[in-house]
Design a protein around this ligand. Structure first.
Ligand SMILES: [Zn+2]
Length: 138
C-alpha cells in the first residue's frame, strides 16, 4: 500500500531485513523493537505497508509479535523473545506448532483445534480427537 508521494529507497525484502537488524539494536520490549522496525520501513519508503503490531499465542502458552503486513505468509518483521527476524508469522507459527506436536506427541485436531494424543505408529489421518470425537484430519 505505497502512496505515490513516497520515495522507495529499497525493495521490500531488503527493507524488512534491515528493519529487523535495526530493531535488534533497540534494547527494549518486543513492541518497542517492532515500532522501531515500522519507523525504519516508513523512512525507506514503505510507510503504510504494515498495519501495526499483532501478537499470536503459541500452543505452549508463549506468544510472539510481528508487524502485520496484510497476509499470513507476507514477509515481515517478527519478534520472538527479544529478537527480531525477517520472516512470515505463518512460518513461525507452523514451526512452533510442529515443535509442540513433536515434544508432546500430540497432533492438532483439524476440526476443533484440540491437541490430542498421537500414538507411535498410527497414521495421523487415523487419529480420532479425544475432545470432539472427529477424525483429526478434519
Ligand atoms: Zn477435535
Amino acid at each position: 500500500m505505497k502512496t505515490q508521494q513516497q520515495n522507495v529507497l529499497m525493495d521490500w525484502p531488503l527493507a524488512v531485513e534491515l528493519a529487523a537488524f535495526m530493531a535488534n539494536g533497540v534494547t527494549s520490549s518486543d513492541e518497542e523493537m517492532l515500532r522501531a522496525a515500522e519507523d525504519f520501513l516508513a523512512r525507506v519508503g514503505h510507510g503504510g505497508a504494515t498495519f501495526g503490531i499483532e501478537a499470536v499465542a503459541l500452543p505452549d502458552g508463549s506468544e510472539f509479535s510481528y508487524l502485520n503486513a496484510g497476509d499470513t505468509y507476507a514477509l515481515t518483521v517478527v519478534c520472538i523473545d527479544g529478537e527480531c527476524v525477517a520472516t512470515t508469522w505463518g512460518d513461525v507459527y507452523e514451526q512452533a506448532e510442529q515443535d509442540y506436536e513433536d515434544e508432546t506427541e500430540t497432533i492438532r485436531c483439524g476440526y476443533c483445534g484440540h491437541y490430542t494424543e498421537h500414538p507411535d505408529g498410527v497414521n495421523w489421518r487415523d487419529v480420532v480427537c479425544e475432545s470432539c470425537g472427529h477424525n483429526v484430519a478434519g
